[in-house]
Write a protein that binds this ligand. Structure first.
Ligand code: PEP
Length: 653
């Protein structure tokens, strides 16, 4: 059915995309899960896998021997590679790298299995470790299908949707890597976490041997344990009541002798408790090898011989221990993890070997799934937090659009009367022709105020002084009061500029007086605050700015605050050409707004315009003004040229 609102080609394209997405997702899940499962199964039983890989190598005349370090590491690498590629694909992480690796890996594997199919070199490919045996034909088919799917995925790689954010994908990868490496190393150190073999704990050997059914593995039905004289003891051992302990030595000459004391203790317990204890070695073992083991271990127990494949299948350890009770396997141990011998007997309750797949698998999967889910959940939560932060930012931008945007010029001690009037006139004309998108104010020396007020359009350009006295009136030679400023037609006054603080000793107390008088006389105050370089370098900027606000403005009422505009001017950026970065400006403006919100409430803070000042130019104004807490600029040098000042005003457009 056609989706609403789409017709013709657009619909076809959308529908095609949707189908492709489904097809890629399906292939991705199949390939990824196959890889995860095959990597996992290899990691669960690396000793068994080692034997399979060695069988390949031996068939090509490259056999390394199952105990070789190279082979051990090779199996670990193979398990990790498959598992990790599967996880990366499943979660859509490092897409390009993963797909490239997959194509290469699967091409090699398919070529290899094609060769095996035609040459019949080995019986089992070992794709799924020791858990599942496929014929060469089945393996080839599986690999061809996987290769086709991987090519399809690689052709439509963009449909592989990421399920974990790029920022935290390393955490998901690390969790997976730790899991698969730990699984392999633990299996090497002790026994496989899951026993896929025919001698798993709980197996009734007596039943399998005496009354096998069609599903009984051949390795059980053909079990043959012969004594040194070639007598087959299998029947009597499996039929005997009570316990029998088998010390398996798949390669006696390579058997680890680090735990021989514990083994001998167990053999002593067996002798004391009158149950059988036998070493089991491969049929082809020569007497010298057996004697060598007995010399090395000091053990004195009878030896049985069996098919090497059966010994390998009993315990993945050299030496290993199998406890049989009433014909049933009731315990297995690696030499690294032998049972305690303190008690009178040792038994199934002390068994540390894994159970059969249905018992061990759920636990093992949980050990991976739970940490991974925690990582994915954390990722989702943090993404959610980011969305929330964006939402807050959007809200800020909304309130910002409600706040007044202002560009104010501070002419300082520049321009003669004639030059100043000409500058104001030119600006007035330029802004009349191209209306600004913000409030524009020019703050001039006292002598310019009245004439400039007479020529500018007050609807477009506001006028302000650069200072006013801290006294009402009287014998203060050279001073100009707030009332006098107001009488010129000006509406604004800059107070607290760093140059006045530094060169004329204006303290927070003096400024507080000036602010009060300015407000009483109906002037709006552009109040400047900012830290010097040393203060920023020692990280004190916030304290400095907060103290400036507290010292001069904190006695005002919320209503008076509506006539205050703040200008954050880092002193190290004024007239130096060194601008604060947009981020530095935003950080400080947000801090200032927070301070004001704490003191006067959120409404006052949200309505307060905070300007940035310090080497602001047309080239950087736009970036700085774009920050959510920056509401415009107080401009020094660039206010003296109409083109520059206009360039900054246009940053709001
Ligand atoms: C100023 O003095 O207020 C100022 C911001 O100066 P400038 O733009 O020249 O750095």
């Amino acid at each position: 059915m056609r989706s609403s609102g789409l017709s013709g080609w657009a619909w076809v394209k959308t529908d095609l995309r949707r189908r492709r997405l489904w097809a890629v997702s399906l292939c991705r899940v199949v390939v990824a899960l196959t890889l995860v499962v095959s990597g996992f199964l290899k990691a669960v039983d690396p000793v068994g896998m080692r034997a399979k890989v060695d069988a390949y190598l031996t068939a090509w005349g490259l056999g390394l021997g199952v105990d070789s370090l190279l082979l051990r590491s090779g199996v670990l690498v193979l398990a990790v590679l498959e598992f990790m590629m599967g996880v990366q694909l499943l979660l859509g992480m490092r897409r390009r790298l993963t797909i490239t690796l997959l194509v290469a890996f699967q091409t090699v594997m398919t070529a290899l299995t094609t060769y095996l199919f035609f040459t019949d070199t080995v019986e089992d490919c070992g794709c799924f470790g020791t858990a599942l045996t496929l014929t060469d034909g089945q393996t080839l088919l599986k690999n061809v299908v996987l290769l086709a799917m991987i090519f399809f995925i690689s052709r439509h790689g963009r449909y592989v949707i990421r399920l974990v954010s790029e920022r935290r994908q390393w955490l998901a990868s690390l969790t997976s890597l730790c899991y698969v490496v730990a699984l392999t190393l633990m299996a090497y150190h002790t026994l496989p976490a899951i026993d896929f073999g025919p001698y798993a704990v709980g197996t009734d050997l007596r039943q399998a041997y005496t009354a096998p059914d069609a599903d009984t593995p051949a390795l059980l039905t053909t079990l043959c344990l012969e004594d040194e004289n070639g007598n087959d003891l299998t029947d009597s051992l499996l039929a005997s009541k009570g316990k029998t302990c088998l010390l398996t030595l798949p390669r006696p000459q390579k058997a680890d002798d680090g735990s021989v004391d514990r083994i001998n203790d167990i053999a002593d317990i067996a002798a004391d408790s009158a149950f059988g204890f036998y070493a089991v070695v491969p049929q082809q073992t020569v007497d010298a090898e057996v004697s060598d083991w007995k010399d090395r271990s000091g053990g004195n127990y009878p030896t049985l011989k069996a098919d090497p494949a059966q010994i390998d299948a009993m315990v993945r350890s050299n030496p290993g221990l199998v406890l049989i009770e009433d014909g049933k396997v009731c315990g297995k141990w690696s030499f690294n993890n032998l049972p305690a011998t303190g008690g009178e007997h040792f038994g199934a309750s002390q068994n540390t070997a894994a159970g059969r797949p249905h018992e061990a698998l759920p636990k093992l999967v949980m050990w991976y799934i739970i940490p991974l889910l925690v990582v994915l959940l954390l990722d989702r939560l943090l993404i959610g937090k980011k969305f929330y932060q964006h939402y807050i930012l959007r809200q800020h931008l909304k309130t910002k659009t409600m706040r007044k945007k202002i560009v104010a010029g501070n002419w300082k001690m520049n321009k003669t009367l004639q030059e100043g009037v000409a500058l104001a006139e030119e600006l007035n004309n330029v802004l009349a022709a191209d209306k600004p998108n913000c409030d524009v104010v020019i703050c001039t020396p006292f002598i310019h105020l009245a004439p400039v007020a007479g020529i500018i359009n007050a609807e477009v350009i506001g006028l302000g002084a650069e200072n006013c006295a801290d006294k009402v009136s009287g014998a203060y030679t050279g001073e100009v009061s707030a009332a006098m400023v107001k009488s010129t037609g000006a509406q604004y006054v800059i107070l607290g500029h760093s140059e006045r603080r530094a060169y004329y000793g204006e303290t927070a107390e003096i400024l507080k007086e000036k602010v009060n008088l300015a407000l009483e006389n109906g002037l709006k105050v552009i109040f400047c605050i900012g830290e010097v370089l040393e203060e920023r370098e020692s990280g004190k900027q916030n304290d400095v700015v907060k103290a400036q606000l507290e010292g001069s403005l904190f006695d005002l009422s919320a209503e008076q605050m509506s006539n205050i505009i703040l200008a954050y001017e880092p002193v190290w950026a004024i007239g130096t050409g060194k601008t604060a970065t947009a981020e530095q400006a935003e950080e400080m403006h947000a801090f200032i707004r927070g301070v004001m919100a704490d003191k006067f409430g959120a409404e006052v803070a949200e309505n307060l315009s905070i300007l940035y000042g310090g080497s602001c130019k047309p080239s950087n104004a736009k970036e700085i003004f774009a920050k959510p807490n920056v509401d415009g600029g107080l401009i020094g040098g660039a206010a003296l040229k109409v083109a520059d000042f206009k360039g900054i005003i246009d940053a709001w457009k």
